[in-house]
Design a binder for this molecule. Sequence first.
Ligand code: BES
Ligand code: MN
Ligand code: ZN
Length: 483
Amino acid sequence: MNLSIKNIKEADCVCDALILPFTDGESGLYSNISPSVARLIRRLFSKEFRGRQNELLLVPAPEDIAPGRLFLAGLGKREEISREGMRNAGGRAVVYLRDMGIKKIALSTRIMETLKLSPADFIEGALLGLYTFNKYVRNKEEKTIRSITVLSKGSKVLKDSLRWTETVTSAVNFARDLINTPANDMTPSHLAGVALSLKRKHLSVKILEKKDAGRLGMGAYLSVTRGSDQQPKFIVIHYKGSKNSPIVLIGKSVTFDSGGLSLKPADGMEKMKYDMAGGAAVLGVFKAVAELSLPVNLVGILPAAENLIGGSASKPGDVVKACNGKTIEIISTDAEGRMTLADAIAYAGRFKPRAVIDIATLTGACSIALGNGAIAMMGNDRELIDKFKISGHNTYERVWEMPLFKEYKEYLKSDIADLKNTGGKSGSLASSAYFLYEFAGAAPWVHLDIAGTAWVEKERPYLPKGASGIGVRLILNLLKEIK
Ligand code: BES
Ligand code: MN
Ligand code: ZN
């Protein structure tokens, strides 16, 4: 798909469909495209179309202008339009046009100018909404949009923001591809290969093998991998775009979570291929950061493993030792994410990080508490937490802070080890975060639980079913603001 900016009049734009976004009841904005367009819009506004939110109308264009069709897209009431409204409108509009077999689209940006909103949000929704995952389908649908032309003078600000949007949405879609890929293909080794493919100037990748992790004493992480024939891969990525001390991003990368011997119910288990959505988001962030040459120093850690039930699998009651020396009694082998993250977070300490951020499909309790409405967030650093709240607001990948009260430590008391790996059902969203907190040490740290938001059951205008790719935009927006 080709995205470009062109400084030409709407009437002169050769395309299959010209998108004209309308606010509710305001018909006059496009009157000076041509008298024929003015007449047509006036007629349509008497009956078929009013500019209400979600209203869409595709009509043949008058013959005296270049576009083949006009596509009227309703944005709703002027005073209620938001950035998220623009994203939704963008997703809804282009998906409709694609399904109608339209190939070449142009977008009039007059309304964005009058509303003081950037066309980039509309385009963001469009590029995210158009995502499909058809790698495994033999007879692929041929319906694809070939080009989107943004009609505008093309200021530097707009050019920069469209470049940002294009790079970021492509990183989100890259993460979605990784997550949607079934676990028989998306193994820890495959994930390591994907990380290696990101290598370029300023971006290096190191893969720690099982024996390396063993030498480092990562008994918590390794306990998860024992039941699988797939080799674990502890993936470390470093992007050095500045001399500051690094920000470490850790993504849960359990390529399949059967629960281990604490086996999950069969119903819905197929979805546990998305248990590496945190790791995919981290890889998406690195892809975009490198392409945009952001001036940040970033380390990524993906402790990749598959949680199965082979003959050497860890058993409830086993005690293992993490690389910081803490011992953990495994109560449930299904609380595996925190085992992998415990070693990753402790390992992050060696980079003397200015911030550690982990992102993980960590608990079912997260989706019980918040559904798909928000990421659950906990952390030990007020400033970092507040930055995430702002970034969540900007991107609509919203976060909601949950408590990390010291009382949750009680939940994790073991009779025979330093900690146990679950505190039981009640309070499991909070106690899981508290478990991670025990490994963060003094570093400013934030935990993002994306169990409720990483997978889309009911599609939305720019969120097709399947992997959402959540976290990529949230973290990139945060990195953009960090100096
Ligand atoms: N990967 C799951 C969490 C999960 C559940 C993510 C549903 C997405 C959808 C995680 O490893 C897990 O199994 N957590 C357990 C922890 C429990 C045993 C303390 C859970 O939340 O049930
Ligand atoms: Mn689990
Ligand atoms: Zn899991």
